[in-house]
Each structure stands twice: as C-alpha cells, then as structure tokens.
Design a protein around this ligand. Structure first.
Ligand code: UD1
Ligand code: CA
Length: 446
C-alpha cells in the first residue's frame, strides 16, 4: 500500500503542505493513512515532503522523503524502490496506490477495486464528478481503459469526457517494476505521471465509485467543500447513533467524536478531537470541547470551554462561561457560573459557586487542587494550589485559600467588614446622579 503525499501544494496558495491541512480536526492525510492501515496492515509506505515527514514523525508509517517533487510517477518510483528493497516478494503481489489529498475516502471504497483487479496488471477507480476540471480523464474504448489523459494535457474533445480518475490504482508489483522506468516527462508540465502506466499496460481495467468519496483537495475552496461534506457525514453518523442535534448545520464534529443515545446538542457547538459523550448528555449552545469525557446525564454550557483532560461525572453540571482543563468532577458535582477549574480533582456532590479560580500555575509548574466529596465552595473563592479540602468542608465566599482545609470545617479568609458612618460633606454622599437636579444631594448644613 502506497500513499503519495509529497509535492508542492502550489494551488493551495499557502506554505504548509496541503496534506497537513485539517479536515474534521486532523491532517487530511491521516484519514487516508488509517484506511491504508486497515488494508495494508504494517506494509504502508508514504511518500512525503520534508515538512510532512517532521509533522507525522509519531505516526506508524514507513515514510520516503521526496526532496524534489517531479510528479506522481516520480513519487511512486521512489516508493517502489523502497518496497522492493524491503520486501522483494511484493513483485508477485498487488500494490495499491492512494493519494494523500482525498480526505473523504472510506474504508469500504477499496473493496470495489480489489473485486475488479484480479485479471489485469493494472486497474483504477473512476468517478463522475459534477465538474471534471483538474482530474485525469479515463479514455475508454469498447469498455477497455486505453489511457488516462491529464487535464492540463487534454484536447478539447478529451476534456469533454466526464469519467475521471480518482487517483486510486492497483497494479502487479512485477508490472510496476517493468513499466516505471519507461515513464517519460509530460511535454506540457515536465512531470512524470503515474497515470501514464495505463498506456504501458497490456490490459487495464476500471471500476466506478461515488465521487463524493474520492474528491481531491487541491485548493482552499476544495478544502472547504471537503470539510462541509465531512461534517455532513459526521452529523448523519451522530444522528444514527442516537444523538439529537437541534441545529445540525451549526454542530461541528471531530473525526473521532463519540456520541451515545439521548445526547442533545444545542446550536453552535464545536467538538475538537478526543470527545466522548455518554448517554443523555446535553451540550448547550456556544460551547467548545476537546479531549474530554462527559458522563451520562451530565450537561455543559452554554458558553463553556472544556479543555483537555476534563472528566465530568454522571449528572454533573458545568455551566455558563466556564473553563476547565485537566479536571475530574465526580457524580452530581457542579460548577455553574464563570469559573476556571484547572488541574483539579473534585469528588461527588461538590458545589462550586460563581467566579471560583484554581490558581494552578506558579510560573514553573502545575499544582493540584483537590476538593473531596460534599465540599461547598462559596462564590469568588481562589485556591492557591496545591490545596486539599477535606470532605464536607465549606469555603466562605470571597476566600483566598492558601492552606489545606480539614474535613467538616468552615474556612474563611477575608478581611473583616467595617462600618464607617459618612460625614455630611463626604464626597460619597455627593456623587453626581444622571438625570437628577444639579443641586448636591445629601444633608448639607443650612
Ligand atoms: C492526480 C492524478 C489525476 C487524478 C487526480 C485525482 C496524476 C498525474 N494525476 O492529479 O489523474 O484525476 O489526482 O485527485 O497522477 N504527489 C507527490 N509527489 C509529486 C506530486 C504529487 O507525492 O511529485 C502527491 C500529492 O501530495 C497528492 C497526490 O500525489 O496527494 C496527487 O498529486 P496532485 O498534484 O494533487 O495530482 P492531481 O493534479 O490532483
Ligand atoms: Ca490532487
């Protein structure tokens, strides 16, 4: 299995390689890579440019760097050398080629190719997109694939063909070894085209798949189209899994969002990677979540930012204008207004009032705030971590907690309130009031 993912990405108009641009929260090439792994197990080879090689260093794939991109034929030739060096048995096997810029590919799409490829040294998947511009055209005679002509090299007659090349090919290893050295550069672009292999094959076959799965992404506009199509697919999947999206067109999923029956998502919610929603969870409007787990019957938002490492226990509530990060909340715990809870371990039935802050970072390292079961935190309290508050303790509103608190204790740390009578000419009694007569207000002397 080979993925071609190098090249200049010049049509994107941006410096980053196009295969690194995200679709549903991950680089588009990673979706292709997942599918390649399903079919090719550990023998997946990917041709990449140096920046892609750095960005995907953690992925389990054999990369080959194409320093000087000279077309898909050149990229495949590099991969073929590597494959034959590593595994000479591949000469008697089929090699499948995928492109790194087809983010809408699904794992069932390759089965049609495998079914149609056994009698021929080379077979391809074709498609009929609504606009064929930019795609190679399949030239077919008597149902036989004769050649593929690239858009840039096509005559007007060839451009009128609507059967296009998806970019996916399957070929015998032996045929590839013989044919690749015979490729010559296109007189128009100077590139070696992998698609020219069709001309060199004694027999080439083709099958057809739905274009919406094979669309190639060359421009920013196509990237937007792919994102839109992927979101529609993910929304339909969430619906099938039992979620209700009140305004589906304003719910944005990540490729890996897990939803469960009874989940309700209100308008304008974004899921970053790594979100798991258990049954009967509600996400209210304008919330952004990533790398978190929200357990059954819990709710988030509106206007909440749930960051990596948040776990909200069953029936928990994280309300409006809340930010959480690396914080676990037990069952029935709630923090409903305007707080930042970071690096915290919170037990069951804990109530966190409005405007509470965990000061978790001292400029050097992160420190933990631990609130045990049944703790009640009054509004506008601050925890200077590390802090441990024992079971059923109460923190008085407005406290700055710098020392750990024993269980079943009331902790208060605020300046005592004073009552100072105002003198008659005090400026506090003479504030200008909008709309009031000019005369000063208050008990001035006669
Ligand atoms: C290619 C096909 C075209 C097909 C279309 C489907 C060729 C010559 N053309 O055209 O028939 O209809 O895909 O989307 O194969 N790449 C490299 N090294 C290079 C050049 C490209 O690795 O030197 C990689 C790119 O990262 C990309 C893929 O190959 O993922 C295809 O290259 P691209 O330039 O997008 O080809 P298209 O013009 O779209
Ligand atoms: Ca392309």
């Amino acid at each position: 299995m080979v993925i071609l993912a190098a090249g200049k990405s010049s049509r994107m108009g941006l410096k980053t390689s196009k295969v690194l641009f995200p679709v549903a929260g991950r680089p588009m090439v990673c979706g292709v890579l997942d599918i390649a792994h399903e079919y090719g197990k550990n023998s997946v080879y990917m041709v990449v440019s140096p920046d892609v090689n750095d960005a995907l260093a953690a992925e389990n794939v054999h990369t080959i760097v194409q320093q000087d991109p000279r077309g898909t034929g050149h990229a495949f030739a590099l991969a073929l050398d590597e494959i034959m060096n590593k595994d000479p048995h591949m000469a008697s096997k089929k090699i499948i080629v995928l492109l790194g810029d087809m983010p809408l590919l699904t794992s069932s799409d390759l089965s049609i190719l495998l079914a149609s490829s056994h009698n021929a040294p080379l077979s391809v998947i074709g498609m009929r997109p609504p606009c064929a511009e930019g795609y190679g055209r399949l030239c077919v005679q008597n149902d036989r694939l004769i050649r593929i002509v690239e858009s840039k090299d096509a005559t007007d007659a060839e451009k009128s063909i609507d059967l296009c090349h998806t970019g996916i090919m399957c070929m015998d290893g032996e045929f590839a070894q013989k044919a690749i050295p015979q490729l010559v550069p296109s007189p128009v672009t100077g590139e070696l085209y992998l698609t020219d292999l069709v001309r060199l094959a004694q027999r080439a076959t083709y099958c057809q798949g739905p274009w919406t799965h094979f669309m190639g992404v060359n421009t920013r506009q196509e990237l937007m189209q792919a994102e839109r199509a992927m979101q529609e697919r993910l929304r339909a999947k969430a619906f099938d899994q039992g979620a209700y999206l009140i305004s589906p067109e304003t719910t944005f999923f990540s490729y890996d969002t897990v939803v469960s029956p009874g989940v309700v998502v209100h308008p304008m919610v974004c899921f970053g990677p790594g979100v798991v929603l258990d049954s009967d969870v509600t996400i209210y409007s304008n919330s952004v979540l990533e790398h978190c787990s929200i357990q059954h019957n819990a709710s988030i938002g509106p206007f909440a930012r749930i960051r990596a490492g948040t776990v909200l226990g069953p029936f928990g509530q994280i309300g409006n204008f809340m930010e959480t990060k690396n914080a676990t909340f037990g069952a029935y715990s709630q923090a409903k207004h305007l707080s930042y809870i970071g690096d915290a371990v919170i037990g069951d039935h804990v109530n966190i009032g409005a405007g509470v802050i965990t000061c978790n970072y001292d400029g050097h390292s992160k420190k933990i705030t631990q609130l045990d079961d049944g703790v009640f935190v009054g509004s506008h309290s601050i925890f200077i971590a590390p802090i441990h508050v024992g079971k059923n303790a109460t923190i008085g509103a407005g406290s700055v907690i710098t020392k750990s608190v024993e269980c079943e204790t009331l902790a208060l740390s605020r300046a005592e309130q004073k009552a100072i009578p105002l003198r008659a000419n005090s400026r506090h009694l003479n504030r200008v009031k909008k709309g009031a007569p000019e005369a000063p207000v208050g008990n001035l002397p006669e």
